[in-house]
Design a protein around this ligand. Structure first.
Ligand code: PBG
Length: 349
């Protein structure tokens, strides 16, 4: 149908009439007032969409600021329990735990990852004990435990060894499952780890823990503040481009995810978040599995830094960024904003 523009008017008509366009549709009608905007809104963000990543450290009754993530703190296990109680009270379904491992315990082989009494295991047990109904997600990767800051084992000539690493990751996953992890989230990007972890968990009788595969994890500059938070930035030698994905690639993410699905993943993750909304959309379309976005530390830091400088409205930017994930098809979002968003959503009903 041709769109008729202004029709000729007799000179007696007012200017408003004269300028009137004959439009078959006026998109602004549905936007004219708040009630109407609410009625036509396509996506919603709720507390049930949030996963809160927290950093745990040794000690008791203590918190330290993460310098590059204003508003985010590392918590001793007892403080983490307190925050888990707060999260449960707000209705946040799950937490993701990351350890700041004592530098003295970091070794080339990352063996602290297999210590049944390491920080993550202690946090798992303490939180499960106090807040049994909150979901606990643990990261499978060696970087918080290695002296070189890589997610895997290094060969003498500095390569990341795939199959040798997978054998250790399997042990790490079993240690976490034994300590009560509900969801095992391999973030290491080694080939074959999802299948190996699934098989070992089945053999060990761990039929319940879900596997949340970081299927499309990119070699990203946006992880910088996280490495500060877990204390691996200082020691990281080189970069992670031989295992994490090239930011230029999209189709490759589909292959990565297809393998994880075949190997037994229950849920998929895309990481970072906002720069990779197209990947979230593609994975959700292709597989239909629960698909999560990780709004990573650098994304958080950018919004927070700009907000603290008065350069943008931080609260609106936070909400807009999270809604974008829902629009892209994400089922949930790992975000450091989780408690703030939850408080806002609960407050505003
Ligand atoms: C480590 C891991 C990283 C993040 C989550 N798990 C960092 C990395 O791969 O270097 C990043 C999270 C963030 O930036 O918020 N396997």
């Amino acid at each position: 149908m041709p769109i008729p523009f202004a029709r000729p008017r007799p000179v007696t008509e007012s200017r408003a009439d004269a300028a009137r366009l004959q439009l078959p549709s006026r998109m602004r009608r549905n936007r004219k007032s708040e009630w109407s905007r609410q009625l036509v809104r396509e996506n919603t963000l709720t507390v049930a969409d949030l996963i809160w990543p927290i950093f745990v450290m040794d000690g008791s009754e203590n918190r330290t600021q993460v310098g590059s993530m204003p508003g985010v703190e590392r918590l001793t296990v007892d403080e983490a329990v307190r925050e888990a109680e707060r999260a449960a009270g707000l209705g946040i379904p799950a937490l993701a735990l990351f350890p700041y491992t004592d530098p003295a315990l970091r070794t080339a082989d990352g063996r602290e990852a297999l210590n049944r009494d390491n920080l993550v295991c202690r946090a798992l047990r303490a939180i499960k004990d106090a807040v049994p109904h909150i979901g606990l997600i643990t990261d499978v990767a060696l970087d918080p435990y290695t002296s070189h800051g890589h997610d895997g084992l290094l060969s003498e000539d500095g390569r990341i060894l795939n199959d040798e690493t997978v054998a250790v990751l399997v042990e790490q996953a079993l240690v976490q499952a034994d300590a009560g992890a509900d969801v095992i989230a391999p973030s290491d990007m080694m080939d074959g780890r999802v299948g190996a972890i699934r098989a070992a968990m089945d053999d060990a009788g761990h039929l319940d823990p879900q596997i949340l595969a970081y299927s499309a994890k990119y070699a990203s500059a946006f992880y910088g503040p996280f490495r500060d938070a877990v204390g691996s930035s200082g020691c990281l030698k080189g970069d992670k481009r031989s295992y994490q994905m090239d930011p230029a690639n999209g189709a490759e993410a589909i292959r990565e995810a297809a393998l994880d699905v075949e190997e037994g993943a229950d849920m998929l993750m895309v990481k970072p978040g906002l720069p990779y909304l197209d990947i979230i959309w593609r994975l959700k379309e292709a597989f239909g599995l629960p698909t999560f976005a990780y709004q990573v530390s650098g994304e958080y830091a950018m919004i927070e830094a700009a907000a603290r400088n008065g350069w943008l409205d931080g609260e609106r930017a936070m909400m807009e960024s999270l809604m974008a994930f829902k629009r892209a098809g994400a089922d949930g979002i790992l975000t450091y904003f989780a408690p703030r968003v939850a408080e806002k959503l609960v407050r505003e009903g």
